[in-house]
Design a protein around this ligand. Structure first.
Ligand SMILES: Cc1cc2nc3c(=O)[nH]c(=O)nc-3n(C[C@H](O)[C@H](O)[C@H](O)COP(=O)(O)O)c2cc1C
Length: 236
Protein backbone atom coordinates (compact mmCIF):
# COMPACT_ATOMS: atom_id res chain seq x y z
CA UNK A 1 0.00 0.00 0.00
CA UNK A 2 1.20 3.48 -0.81
CA UNK A 3 2.32 5.84 1.97
CA UNK A 4 0.80 8.83 0.28
CA UNK A 5 -2.94 9.36 0.31
CA UNK A 6 -4.74 11.33 -2.42
CA UNK A 7 -5.47 14.86 -1.23
CA UNK A 8 -9.26 14.32 -1.02
CA UNK A 9 -8.76 11.35 1.38
CA UNK A 10 -6.24 13.04 3.68
CA UNK A 11 -7.49 13.58 7.22
CA UNK A 12 -8.57 17.01 8.31
CA UNK A 13 -10.56 17.94 11.44
CA UNK A 14 -14.23 16.88 11.28
CA UNK A 15 -15.19 18.64 14.52
CA UNK A 16 -18.87 19.68 14.32
CA UNK A 17 -19.50 18.18 10.89
CA UNK A 18 -22.74 16.20 10.30
CA UNK A 19 -22.92 12.38 10.32
CA UNK A 20 -21.99 11.01 6.88
CA UNK A 21 -22.65 7.24 6.60
CA UNK A 22 -21.00 4.90 4.11
CA UNK A 23 -21.82 1.18 3.58
CA UNK A 24 -19.63 -1.36 5.41
CA UNK A 25 -19.95 -4.98 4.19
CA UNK A 26 -16.85 -7.00 5.11
CA UNK A 27 -16.82 -10.57 3.79
CA UNK A 28 -18.28 -12.86 6.50
CA UNK A 29 -15.67 -15.41 7.66
CA UNK A 30 -17.15 -18.95 8.10
CA UNK A 31 -16.86 -20.33 11.69
CA UNK A 32 -14.33 -23.07 10.81
CA UNK A 33 -12.07 -20.53 9.15
CA UNK A 34 -12.55 -18.16 12.07
CA UNK A 35 -11.59 -20.88 14.55
CA UNK A 36 -8.48 -21.76 12.59
CA UNK A 37 -7.42 -18.11 12.31
CA UNK A 38 -8.04 -17.46 16.02
CA UNK A 39 -6.05 -20.51 17.15
CA UNK A 40 -3.11 -19.62 14.92
CA UNK A 41 -3.14 -16.00 16.02
CA UNK A 42 -3.32 -17.01 19.69
CA UNK A 43 -0.23 -19.16 19.25
CA UNK A 44 1.66 -16.48 17.32
CA UNK A 45 0.84 -13.81 19.91
CA UNK A 46 1.91 -16.11 22.74
CA UNK A 47 5.35 -16.29 21.12
CA UNK A 48 5.88 -12.52 21.53
CA UNK A 49 8.39 -11.52 24.17
CA UNK A 50 9.73 -8.20 25.28
CA UNK A 51 13.35 -8.03 24.12
CA UNK A 52 15.95 -5.89 25.90
CA UNK A 53 19.08 -7.16 24.09
CA UNK A 54 19.08 -6.16 20.41
CA UNK A 55 21.26 -6.96 17.44
CA UNK A 56 22.40 -3.84 15.55
CA UNK A 57 21.29 -5.48 12.27
CA UNK A 58 19.16 -3.08 10.21
CA UNK A 59 15.48 -3.72 9.54
CA UNK A 60 13.59 -2.59 6.42
CA UNK A 61 12.20 0.93 6.86
CA UNK A 62 9.00 -0.10 5.11
CA UNK A 63 8.26 -2.79 7.74
CA UNK A 64 8.45 -0.06 10.41
CA UNK A 65 6.28 2.29 8.38
CA UNK A 66 3.72 -0.46 7.74
CA UNK A 67 3.61 -1.32 11.47
CA UNK A 68 3.08 2.34 12.35
CA UNK A 69 0.36 2.55 9.69
CA UNK A 70 -1.30 -0.50 11.35
CA UNK A 71 -1.13 1.25 14.73
CA UNK A 72 -2.70 4.34 13.19
CA UNK A 73 -5.78 2.29 12.22
CA UNK A 74 -6.59 1.93 15.94
CA UNK A 75 -9.97 3.06 17.23
CA UNK A 76 -9.79 6.30 19.21
CA UNK A 77 -12.10 8.43 21.33
CA UNK A 78 -14.29 10.50 18.95
CA UNK A 79 -11.91 9.35 16.17
CA UNK A 80 -9.47 12.05 17.25
CA UNK A 81 -6.42 9.81 16.61
CA UNK A 82 -4.42 11.55 19.34
CA UNK A 83 -1.04 10.04 18.50
CA UNK A 84 2.27 10.83 16.85
CA UNK A 85 4.91 8.19 16.14
CA UNK A 86 8.48 9.47 15.78
CA UNK A 87 10.72 6.97 14.03
CA UNK A 88 14.31 7.58 15.16
CA UNK A 89 17.12 5.91 13.26
CA UNK A 90 19.80 8.62 13.52
CA UNK A 91 22.52 7.13 15.79
CA UNK A 92 23.39 10.53 17.31
CA UNK A 93 19.76 11.21 18.29
CA UNK A 94 19.46 7.69 19.74
CA UNK A 95 22.66 8.32 21.71
CA UNK A 96 21.21 11.54 23.15
CA UNK A 97 17.96 9.78 24.06
CA UNK A 98 19.89 6.98 25.75
CA UNK A 99 22.03 9.44 27.72
CA UNK A 100 18.98 11.33 28.97
CA UNK A 101 17.05 8.13 29.72
CA UNK A 102 19.95 6.63 31.68
CA UNK A 103 20.26 9.83 33.71
CA UNK A 104 16.60 9.51 34.76
CA UNK A 105 16.84 5.75 35.27
CA UNK A 106 19.90 6.10 37.55
CA UNK A 107 17.90 8.41 39.81
CA UNK A 108 14.99 5.97 39.67
CA UNK A 109 16.98 2.82 40.45
CA UNK A 110 18.99 4.69 43.12
CA UNK A 111 15.88 5.17 45.22
CA UNK A 112 13.34 7.39 43.45
CA UNK A 113 11.19 4.35 42.58
CA UNK A 114 10.77 3.17 46.15
CA UNK A 115 11.15 -0.39 47.47
CA UNK A 116 7.75 -1.65 46.32
CA UNK A 117 8.33 -0.62 42.68
CA UNK A 118 11.89 -1.99 42.71
CA UNK A 119 10.58 -5.29 44.07
CA UNK A 120 8.04 -5.45 41.23
CA UNK A 121 10.86 -4.96 38.71
CA UNK A 122 13.32 -7.41 40.27
CA UNK A 123 12.05 -10.54 38.38
CA UNK A 124 12.65 -8.70 35.09
CA UNK A 125 16.36 -8.20 35.74
CA UNK A 126 16.32 -4.59 34.50
CA UNK A 127 18.70 -1.86 35.64
CA UNK A 128 19.63 1.72 34.69
CA UNK A 129 21.71 0.68 31.66
CA UNK A 130 19.64 1.11 28.51
CA UNK A 131 21.87 -0.26 25.76
CA UNK A 132 18.82 -1.18 23.70
CA UNK A 133 18.39 2.49 22.81
CA UNK A 134 21.61 2.55 20.83
CA UNK A 135 21.88 -1.15 19.92
CA UNK A 136 18.47 -1.47 18.27
CA UNK A 137 18.50 0.00 14.76
CA UNK A 138 15.37 2.08 15.35
CA UNK A 139 13.31 3.63 18.12
CA UNK A 140 9.64 4.44 17.74
CA UNK A 141 8.83 7.20 20.20
CA UNK A 142 5.09 7.43 20.75
CA UNK A 143 3.54 10.75 21.77
CA UNK A 144 -0.01 11.34 22.91
CA UNK A 145 -1.66 14.56 21.79
CA UNK A 146 -3.32 15.86 24.92
CA UNK A 147 -5.34 18.26 22.77
CA UNK A 148 -5.60 19.22 19.12
CA UNK A 149 -3.55 22.25 18.21
CA UNK A 150 -4.54 24.17 15.09
CA UNK A 151 -1.99 26.10 13.05
CA UNK A 152 -3.47 29.35 14.41
CA UNK A 153 -3.01 28.11 18.00
CA UNK A 154 -6.65 26.97 18.49
CA UNK A 155 -6.87 24.17 21.09
CA UNK A 156 -9.54 21.47 21.17
CA UNK A 157 -9.92 18.86 23.88
CA UNK A 158 -9.10 15.24 23.03
CA UNK A 159 -11.16 12.53 24.74
CA UNK A 160 -9.86 9.18 26.11
CA UNK A 161 -6.29 9.92 25.09
CA UNK A 162 -4.62 7.34 27.37
CA UNK A 163 -6.97 4.58 26.27
CA UNK A 164 -6.67 5.43 22.57
CA UNK A 165 -2.89 5.61 22.54
CA UNK A 166 -2.64 2.43 24.64
CA UNK A 167 -4.73 0.55 22.08
CA UNK A 168 -2.66 1.96 19.20
CA UNK A 169 0.56 0.86 20.90
CA UNK A 170 -0.90 -2.62 21.41
CA UNK A 171 -1.63 -2.78 17.71
CA UNK A 172 1.86 -1.49 16.92
CA UNK A 173 3.46 -4.22 19.05
CA UNK A 174 1.29 -6.88 17.40
CA UNK A 175 2.14 -5.60 13.92
CA UNK A 176 5.87 -5.54 14.68
CA UNK A 177 5.76 -9.04 16.16
CA UNK A 178 3.71 -10.51 13.32
CA UNK A 179 6.12 -8.88 10.85
CA UNK A 180 8.98 -10.76 12.49
CA UNK A 181 10.51 -7.98 14.59
CA UNK A 182 11.16 -7.71 18.31
CA UNK A 183 10.34 -4.70 20.47
CA UNK A 184 10.38 -3.33 23.99
CA UNK A 185 7.99 -0.85 25.56
CA UNK A 186 10.32 1.39 27.54
CA UNK A 187 8.82 4.03 29.82
CA UNK A 188 11.63 6.01 31.44
CA UNK A 189 10.16 8.17 34.13
CA UNK A 190 9.88 11.13 33.85
CA UNK A 191 9.80 11.27 30.04
CA UNK A 192 9.76 15.00 29.37
CA UNK A 193 13.26 14.85 27.84
CA UNK A 194 11.86 12.95 24.83
CA UNK A 195 9.76 15.90 23.68
CA UNK A 196 12.74 18.20 24.18
CA UNK A 197 15.27 16.04 22.29
CA UNK A 198 12.81 15.42 19.44
CA UNK A 199 11.48 18.99 19.32
CA UNK A 200 7.82 18.00 19.67
CA UNK A 201 5.06 20.62 20.02
CA UNK A 202 3.58 21.63 23.38
CA UNK A 203 0.37 19.55 22.96
CA UNK A 204 2.34 16.28 22.77
CA UNK A 205 3.37 14.22 25.78
CA UNK A 206 5.71 11.23 25.47
CA UNK A 207 3.98 7.89 26.06
CA UNK A 208 6.76 5.31 25.47
CA UNK A 209 10.00 4.65 23.63
CA UNK A 210 9.87 1.45 21.61
CA UNK A 211 13.23 0.08 20.44
CA UNK A 212 12.68 -2.24 17.47
CA UNK A 213 14.91 -4.75 15.72
CA UNK A 214 16.05 -8.34 15.99
CA UNK A 215 17.11 -9.97 19.26
CA UNK A 216 20.87 -10.20 19.87
CA UNK A 217 22.30 -13.66 19.21
CA UNK A 218 22.79 -14.16 22.96
CA UNK A 219 19.45 -12.57 23.94
CA UNK A 220 17.85 -13.85 27.13
CA UNK A 221 14.45 -12.93 28.54
CA UNK A 222 13.05 -13.44 32.03
CA UNK A 223 11.36 -16.80 32.44
CA UNK A 224 7.91 -15.33 33.05
CA UNK A 225 4.59 -17.15 33.37
CA UNK A 226 1.50 -15.55 31.84
CA UNK A 227 -1.87 -15.81 33.51
CA UNK A 228 -3.86 -18.66 32.00
CA UNK A 229 -7.17 -18.02 30.29
CA UNK A 230 -9.18 -19.15 33.31
CA UNK A 231 -7.29 -16.60 35.42
CA UNK A 232 -8.19 -13.67 33.20
CA UNK A 233 -11.55 -14.63 31.71
CA UNK A 234 -14.89 -14.39 33.44
CA UNK A 235 -17.78 -15.67 31.33
CA UNK A 236 -21.24 -14.53 32.33
C1 LIG B 1 3.16 0.29 29.85
C2 LIG B 1 4.41 -0.57 29.88
C3 LIG B 1 5.57 -0.03 30.36
C4 LIG B 1 6.74 -0.80 30.35
N1 LIG B 1 7.91 -0.21 30.74
C5 LIG B 1 9.04 -0.93 30.67
C6 LIG B 1 10.28 -0.30 30.95
O1 LIG B 1 10.36 0.91 31.23
N2 LIG B 1 11.42 -1.05 30.88
C7 LIG B 1 11.38 -2.37 30.53
O2 LIG B 1 12.46 -2.99 30.48
N3 LIG B 1 10.21 -2.99 30.24
C8 LIG B 1 9.06 -2.30 30.28
N4 LIG B 1 7.87 -2.89 29.92
C9 LIG B 1 7.86 -4.30 29.47
C10 LIG B 1 7.28 -5.23 30.54
O3 LIG B 1 8.19 -5.38 31.59
C11 LIG B 1 6.95 -6.59 29.87
O4 LIG B 1 5.94 -6.40 28.93
C12 LIG B 1 6.49 -7.61 30.90
O5 LIG B 1 7.55 -7.92 31.76
C13 LIG B 1 5.97 -8.90 30.24
O6 LIG B 1 6.94 -9.47 29.41
P1 LIG B 1 6.59 -9.88 27.91
O7 LIG B 1 6.28 -8.61 27.18
O8 LIG B 1 7.82 -10.57 27.41
O9 LIG B 1 5.39 -10.77 27.94
C14 LIG B 1 6.70 -2.15 29.91
C15 LIG B 1 5.50 -2.67 29.42
C16 LIG B 1 4.37 -1.89 29.40
C17 LIG B 1 3.09 -2.47 28.82
Amino acid sequence: MSDTTPEHRRWSPTHGEPYRPTPYRPVRVPPEESLARAARLRQRMDERRTVRAFSPDPVPDQVLRDAIACAATAPSGAHQQPWTFVLVKDPEVRRRIREAAEHEEELSYDGRLGEEWLAALRPLGTDAVKAHMTDAPALIVVFQQRHWLGEDGTKRKHYYVDESVGIAVGMLLSALHLSGLAALVHTPSPMRFLGEVLGRPSNEKAFAVIPVGHPADDCEVPDLVRKSLDQVLVEV
